[in-house]
Ligand binder design. Structure first.
Ligand SMILES: *Cc1c(COP(=O)(O)O)cnc(C)c1O
Length: 463
């Protein structure tokens, strides 16, 4: 498989070259040049595979420049760190299925991709003898998942900025209790926006970026998207087997459109008739909800919510879907994205809206509705939802008819104990593994919100 840019301005590249890339050189996003459709025989074989075997079979389509045994070893190593043998178990709660994506080291779904990416990085760097320094800013989830992805790995150092005393206690502990030599937690005296601005400025210094081989870990990375496709197949087969059906729908709590785009590709491979719709669930940051329902993709103000990992305005993976929506026409995609960059809005006509709605349904949840969903779901079933998953559950019930729905559980409630306790009116008991974090040694450095200070720090500690 070769890879192309959504904007058409890149020579085809092999998989390995996508791994360390964010954007394509022409400003587009990297996508596979074609998406295969599974044969009935493949469907039958895949339906009985273990999670790891399934991952190998999915990746084999998209990766032809890594030896199969090597790929297999990376996959097995990546999912050994999960707390369940099934990696991402599917559980039936009441009349709905929940795909639990939170059994990795940082209790949220980003581990599924970042455990894999960390091992992939290490393997490819050992082949070439190169080194990288990963730099990123986090308000919570992504930073800890990235740190756990590369902790202790050779030829990689990671620098993660978080706003000092402004991330939740559990989230801070998940980062600062990682004391490996190659992990650097920078607690910045400022806000998350300050952290992001510093990272952005450092990446803009191309000389510095080259000298230290700075690498971002962001949700537009193709290998991350690819790793996320696996659990859609996994859940599809579990539910079909259990219900004796051939159609399943998915409800996906969505922010940057990475997770649901993986679902879109898995659906293409399975065949649209098997997954009639994907349900795109947003919180009050609802640009994607407006896109699906009204063809209106217009930037508003980011509003902080109780499902913070979905607080986005511009969805960084959106362009990938746009490319398919516009008939795989890279010229049209480029024009649309350039228009969006200057006008901050895209409006689609009725024809296109109908096309979008063949792929997606969408609902949004207010803060009140999210609290309410956590509360009533617990009252009815005894199952505790995290606030992100609650947004997905609310949307799932809005569209539930005869076809079974799988809601992706993107985080464990223990990551958001304050919100969950407030919703339920009872003190939420943390799992022992998380309680333990409070007693572990911590490693972090407090720095002022200064680009120069952070650069100096990286110069001193980089590999
Ligand atoms: C990142 C994240 C999301 C959103 O995923 P996208 O791929 O950005 O759409 C949802 N829930 C949780 C808990 C997350 O960490």
């Amino acid at each position: 498989m070769k890879y192309i840019s959504t904007r058409g301005g890149m020579e085809k590249i092999p998989f390995k070259q996508t791994v360390f890339e964010g954007l394509a050189p022409d400003g587009g996003l990297i996508i596979p040049e074609k998406v295969p459709r599974l044969t009935p025989e493949e469907l039958k074989t895949w339906s009985t595979l273990s999670y790891q075997e399934l991952a190998l079979n999915v990746f084999r389509y998209f990766v032809d420049d890594i030896l199969e045994d090597t790929l297999k070893e990376i996959i097995y190593r990546s999912y050994q760190t999960f707390r369940t043998k099934e990696v991402t178990p599917v559980v039936k709660i009441g009349d709905i299925y929940i795909l639990e994506l939170f059994h990795g080291p940082t209790w949220a779904f980003k581990d599924v991709a970042l455990q894999f990416l960390g091992n992939l990085f290490e393997k490819l760097l050992l082949e070439t003898g190169e080194k990288i320094n990963i730099l990123g800013a986090t308000s919570g989830d992504t930073g800890s998942a990235a740190i756990y992805g590369v902790r202790g790995k050779k030829n990689i150092a990671i620098f993660i900025l978080h706003p000092h005393r402004r991330v939740s206690e559990v989230q801070a502990l998940m980062m600062t209790t990682v004391t490996d030599d190659n992990v650097f937690n920078l607690a910045i005296e400022g806000t998350f926006d300050d952290c992001q601005a510093i990272v952005k400025q450092i990446f803009m210094d191309l000389d510095f970026k080259r000298r230290y081989r700075l690498t971002a870990i962001n949700s537009i990375n193709w290998a991350r998207v690819m790793a996320q496709m696996v659990y859609y197949f996994w859940a599809y087969f579990r539910v079909c087997e259990k219900e004796g059906v051939e159609q399943v729908m998915f409800s996906v709590p969505t922010g940057n459109f990475g997770d649901i785009f993986a679902g879109y590709l898995a659906r293409k491979m399975l065949g649209e008739e098997r997954v009639p719709k994907l349900i795109l669930a947003t919180n009050e940051n609802d640009i994607l909800y407006r896109f699906v329902n009204f063809g209106d993709y217009s930037v508003g103000q980011v509003k902080p919510t109780i499902s913070p990992s979905m607080d986005i305005q511009v969805a960084s993976n959106f362009e990938r879907y746009l490319y398919y929506l516009l008939g795989e026409d890279s010229e049209k995609t480029k024009q649309a994205m350039e228009k969006f960059a200057s006008e901050k809005t895209l409006k689609f006509d009725q024809n296109i809206i109908e096309k979008i709605q063949q792929d997606f349904l969408s609902d949004r949840a207010t803060e009140e509705e999210t609290f309410e969903t956590i509360r009533t779901f617990y009252e009815n079933t005894g199952y505790i939802l995290d606030p992100h998953t609650a947004v997905g559950i609310k949307a799932a019930y809005r569209f539930k008819k005869d076809i079974p729905i799988v809601c992706l559980a993107t985080a464990h409630p223990a990551k958001f104990p304050e919100t969950v306790s407030k919703a339920l009116g009872i003190e939420f008991e943390l799992p022992d593994e998380i309680k333990k974090l409070y007693h572990l040694p911590q490693k972090y450095d407090i720095l002022s919100a200064s680009v120069a200070k952070v650069k100096e720090y990286i110069e001193y500690k980089a590999v």
